[in-house]
Design a protein around this ligand. Sequence first.
Ligand code: CP3
Length: 348
Amino acid sequence: MTADLTESAFLAVCRGERPTHVPVWFMRQAGRSLPEYREIRGPGSINHAIANPDLATEITLQPVRRYGVDAAILFSDIVTPVHAIGFGIDIKPGVGPVAEKPIRSAEDLSRLRVLDPDVDMPYVLETVRNLVTELDVPLIGFAGAPFTVASYLIEGGPSKNKALTKSMMLNEPALFAEILDRLADMAIASLTSQVQAGASAVQLFDSWAGCLSPHLYESHVLSASQKIFEAVASLGVPRIHFGINTGELLPLMRSAGADVVGVDWLVPLDVARARLGAESILQGNLDPVLCLAEVPQVEAEVRRIIASNDGNDRWIFNLGHGVLPETNPEVLERVVDVVHAEGHLAWA
Ligand code: CP3
């Protein structure tokens, strides 16, 4: 049975309606900080767990059960579609996505073929279909934004300063644009299939866009992300746009077209609203590193963020980035409780 989500606080905020309470969920809520995850995940690459719908379903449900969050996020990864088309990318534990043969020239483009989600990643869609029969909160589907995924494909793995990516952007702008365009089409196909299988909202992760100046973001990256938000608009589900270190990029990211904009901990919520307009819908912005502190200190920080929201009901509480593996789940349980009990008390 599919749950009735008409009362969902998360979806209400995404639609610009006043919810019953401030909704909360955590990026990377499904994963290594949970002992019940470590117990069932199995060894090796998480690609194995992602390709197993029963396991991926259970991992997605675990944080919803434990924390009582207002949304679930699909257990998958931003490089799953690229992996599924056989590009040659793995996710190494403790490292992240690693490409066997990074993109160095136009010849490598042949490995970045069109994604057919039903054929290439049927296990992801089976997980989504399983989840919507089990969940009583909305399921968030997601994709990696073209720039962030491209950075892994060009660098060959995680990288501090994205030197090869930025060099290609300047030296070979046509090749760079073609990579981003193909990744945009892949994200569109992936997000569309997730929504058709039952996801209630989508988030585009542009985690590393914040390494770009507004000029470079606008001239080399914005249009590919814009293409995605335009294409998925007709699916009729809320669209969230996320990045970190993006304080200076917020207006440009908003112009990409999402309904909800992620804010990291470097930008107070009221400052973000001054940049984006009071009517903008924000998601954020507790520093995940602070969740390693003791419960009373974290609670005080949550209350400070509630105050910085300045009584605005267009807000989804989240971390500014993903849950760190060493986080004590009891801290996140308390964060949910405080947001649910106190988040709406200051509403204007
Ligand atoms: O709980 C969730 O948010 C849902 C699932 C999810 C994963 N990755 C599972 C995962 C989501 C939404 C992602 C997104 C993702 N993956 C991003 C964007 C968000 C962000 O954090 O900026 C990025 C950049 C990646 C790429 C990636 N995958 C990295 C950098 C890592 C960490 C590597 C490590 O082990 O330190 C991964 C692996 C990964 N993806 C894990 C999980 C639960 C941890 C790995 C494990 O169990 O081996």
